[in-house]
Design a protein. Structure first.
Ligand SMILES: [Zn+2]
Length: 242
């Protein structure tokens, strides 16, 4: 039987003037987006079962991560490919150096990311980028200094993915060359933010990358405290498989 109630839809239309980051292939992340009950805007082409799956998982994220996504007006789309356009399993795009009202972030989730095991940690990671984007520079700098102070010889990051960014920065410290200072600063910032997102995902999601056996409970514990002290983000391990 047809639903007798007609509900008004909220649609927002975004083009590249609102999304200057959406050039070339990324232009596909402009278009029409429909607001759903979880306060996410889905690309109007997204299959309804995928919207539900993402929404149902999104509402289980820690409140401050959700608030950041909603505050920034996050839009979402999915792809049938195993990878996103950026080559990852999930990705957020946006004008990260702009003020909050112009970041205009978009989340792309691949078929791989939509699996029951990965969707929750991947949403945690991507929404942590949004949470990070709206923190004060002072808090981010303090956290960065703390991270730099912890990486002694033999330092092991919380995941292999985060460790890759740490290695990139370390490599540049030993190199000379054109614009090396800027490249080092960029690599350091990239490590800090990717590590932050992986750390939040690891703390919040008990099964995330456990197969990597990195034995870093101590590091996770001290980061957990640092994240609370610097950003007021309290994270509980209270979540379940979607
Ligand atoms: Zn990331």
């Amino acid at each position: 039987m047809e639903d007798l109630f007609v509900t008004a839809e909220t649609i927002k239309v975004l083009d590249w003037t609102q999304r200057p980051w959406a050039r070339g292939q990324l232009q596909r992340f402009c278009g029409r987006f429909r607001l759903d009950e979880s306060a996410l805007y889905f690309d109007c082409e997204t299959p309804i079962h995928q919207c539900r799956l993402i929404s149902n998982t999104f509402i289980q994220l820690p409140v401050p991560l959700r608030q950041a996504a909603i505050y920034l007006g996050l839009t979402v789309s999915t792809t049938q490919n195993p990878h996103t356009l950026s080559g990852d399993q999930s990705a957020v795009y946006g004008s990260w150096s702009s003020d909050h009202s112009h970041i205009s972030p978009h989340l792309e989730m691949s078929e791989t990311s939509l699996s029951s095991v990965l969707i929750f940690p991947h949403l945690l990671h991507e929404c942590s980028h949004l949470f990070w984007a709206i923190q004060t520079q002072t808090a981010k700098d303090r956290y960065k200094s703390l991270m730099m102070a912890t990486c002694k010889t033999g330092f092991v990051e919380v995941t292999t993915y985060a460790h890759g960014f740490y290695n990139e920065w370390q490599k540049l410290l030993l190199m000379d060359g054109f614009a090396i200072q800027q490249r080092r600063a960029n690599a350091l910032d990239k490590w800090v933010v990717e590590s932050f997102c992986e750390t939040v995902a690891k703390i919040c999601c008990p099964w995330y990358k456990t197969e990597e056996n990195r034995c870093n409970d101590e590091l996770l514990k001290s980061r957990h405290e640092a994240i609370y002290e610097n950003f007021g983000l309290a994270i509980d391990r209270q979540y379940r498989v979607a």
